[in-house]
Design a binder for this molecule. Structure first.
Ligand code: NAD
Length: 261
């Protein structure tokens, strides 16, 4: 299957984790991918792995997604290399724990900047290009179940991810007439570097696992499959949507009975 033949995607935060799985999935279906990340060495390694596996075109770029000049340079470099942009995946993000009463201004601002302002900034630079070219495109944003249900000690992350969901819906409405679709996914608990420390703490992960009907965490590849669907023409009439990728755990108030396992 080559749903993305001749298409070009920018995936932010694609050096590792979910972003790497998304870039790999898109490339496996014929897409040229820009692997944009703060960590250039890891982005380069991902680009090399993708080329080795699928032989496609890749470009690794060092980008801080909250730096307007760097984001504009990323878009310019993408156009110089590939001549077009069809898909933007706003995946770059950070997580951290802080008790609300102890949270510093710097912790709040950094969390909201990297997780939410970046989605505004990168989308705006790409959308300005699309509007200038009368081009269509698809954006998929990484929201989170943390924007829907409550976790302790991460109110700044929750606020930012709730913002991503609201921004997605508003942008879908504003951009629909230009043929630009904007959707989001809300992953549950996915085993990556971001969640490694929490998953190693049995007092946390035991409680979470019991609530998830599938009784396991998700993989980056399972997120990538849904993101690829939303980015593709298979989702041509899906706009402003938020899809949960959570094994059914987010709204499972009761824990599934042992008999169901
Ligand atoms: P990760 O920490 O494994 O990877 C994040 C990547 O983003 C890294 O490569 C990092 O270098 C990059 N990055 C961070 N700040 C950046 C910046 N300012 N500019 C450019 N790149 C930057 O995380 P992950 O688990 O793969 O998460 C990816 C996305 O999915 C994030 O937006 C995260 O909030 C979201 N998400 C993750 C989970 C989960 O359980 N892992 C759940 C819900 C949502």
């Amino acid at each position: 299957m080559a749903r993305f033949l001749d298409q070009v995607a920018i995936v932010t935060g694609a050096a590792q984790g979910i972003g790497r799985a998304i870039a790999t999935r898109l490339a496996s279906e014929g897409c040229s991918v820009v692997i944009a990340d703060l960590n250039l060495a890891a982005a380069d390694a991902t680009a090399t792995e993708i080329r080795a596996a699928y032989g496609g075109r890749t470009l690794a770029l060092p980008v801080d997604v909250i730096d307007r000049a760097a984001v504009e340079a990323m878009v310019a470099a993408t156009l110089a290399q590939f001549g077009r942009i069809d898909i933007l995946i706003n995946n770059a993000g950070i997580f951290g724990n802080a008790r609300f009463e102890e949270m510093t201004d710097e912790q709040w601002r950094r969390m909201v900047d990297v997780n939410l302002y970046s989605v505004f900034l990168v989308s705006q630079v790409v959308i300005r290009h699309w509007l200038g070219q009368q081009a269509a495109g698809a954006i998929v944003n990484l929201a989170s179940i943390s924007g829907i249900v409550a976790f302790t000690d991460s109110s700044h992350y929750a606020a930012a991810k709730t913002g991503v969901t609201g921004l997605t819906r508003s942008l879908a409405m504003e951009m629909g007439t230009h043929g630009i679709r904007v959707n989001a996914v809300a992953p549950g608990i996915i085993a990556t570097e971001m969640t490694r420390r929490s998953l190693e703490a049995p007092e946390l992960s035991g409680g979470w696992l019991r609530r998830i009907p599938q009784h396991r965490y998700g993989t980056p590849e399972e997120v990538a499959g849904v993101v690829a669907f939303l980015a593709s023409n298979d989702a041509s009439y899906v706009n402003g949507e938020l899809i949960f990728i959570d094994g059914g755990g987010t709204f499972a108030w009761d824990k599934p009975s042992d008999a169901q396992r």
